[in-house]
Design a protein. Structure first.
Length: 231
């Protein structure tokens, strides 16, 4: 299928990108200095491509890979507590083949879903600048243009949710004024655009404090499954 070949070519361009000097320096330094528990790892330390295939009906959008998660393993939401929390929920919701996400080639596959990010490199303090987000925006636009079947988008956290809205506006969306991020929100964006869902981000801060529970995230994913089945 031509879309898959085009998607693969896009991911190759993504992983070769060096457009943001601050992000390049940070992601590569993280792969050299490492943290003690991963000192034996050969870090990916490049932009992290999307995980999944472009024929998926669900696109999950986060902000950026983690310095010692996706930046280490080379796969989105892989290799840290946030990744396992998300994987467990995706598995329970029918979107993943297993409940953990630890390293590339661990057997994890996504089912009718694709995970990507607004910014492809791990940023310092998990905070990319507005300029860095703007440089990455064309990649996310192109990804979504290569997803002909996508019917739903799940924005993880306010930053991921808002990043998708910026992308949709760049693709022609006339954004209604009352769209606000929240856990469990759902918005119909109009003809030509997928339905937008929101969830708190599965960060340790949210999960350890109980702001986001396993069942809370599973509930959102099951709502998306029901939406897709009704189709």
């Amino acid at each position: 299928m031509m879309t898959i070949a085009e998607h693969r070519a896009l991911m190759e361009r993504v992983t070769a990108c060096r457009a943001c000097p601050r992000l390049v320096e940070h992601r590569e330094r993280a792969g050299i200095e490492k943290v003690r528990r991963y000192r034996e790892w050969d870090y990916w330390a490049r932009p992290v491509p999307a995980f999944g295939t472009p024929d998926a009906e669900l696109c999950i959008v986060g902000l950026a890979p983690a310095a010692h998660g996706g930046n280490r393993t080379g796969r989105m939401f892989t290799g840290d507590p946030s990744a396992d929390f998300l994987a467990a929920a995706l598995h329970a919701g029918g979107f993943a083949s297993q409940s953990t996400s630890q390293y590339r080639d661990d057997g994890q596959t996504l089912i009718n879903a694709c995970i990507t990010s607004a910014v492809k490199c791990a940023p310092p303090a998990n905070q990319p600048t507005a300029e860095e987000q703007a440089r990455c925006l064309p990649y996310l636009i192109e990804e979504l243009e290569l997803m002909p079947n996508v019917k739903s988008v799940l924005g993880l956290g306010k930053l991921g949710f808002d990043a998708y809205l910026r992308t949709a506006r760049a693709m022609g969306l006339q954004r209604p004024p009352d769209i606000k991020f929240g856990h469990g929100v759902r918005y119909e964006l109009g003809p030509g655009f997928p339905t937008l869902f929101g969830s708190y981000h599965p960060s340790p801060h949210n999960t350890y404090t109980g702001r986001l529970t396993h069942q809370g995230l599973v509930s959102v994913l099951l709502e998306i499954q029901q939406f897709l089945r009704q189709g």
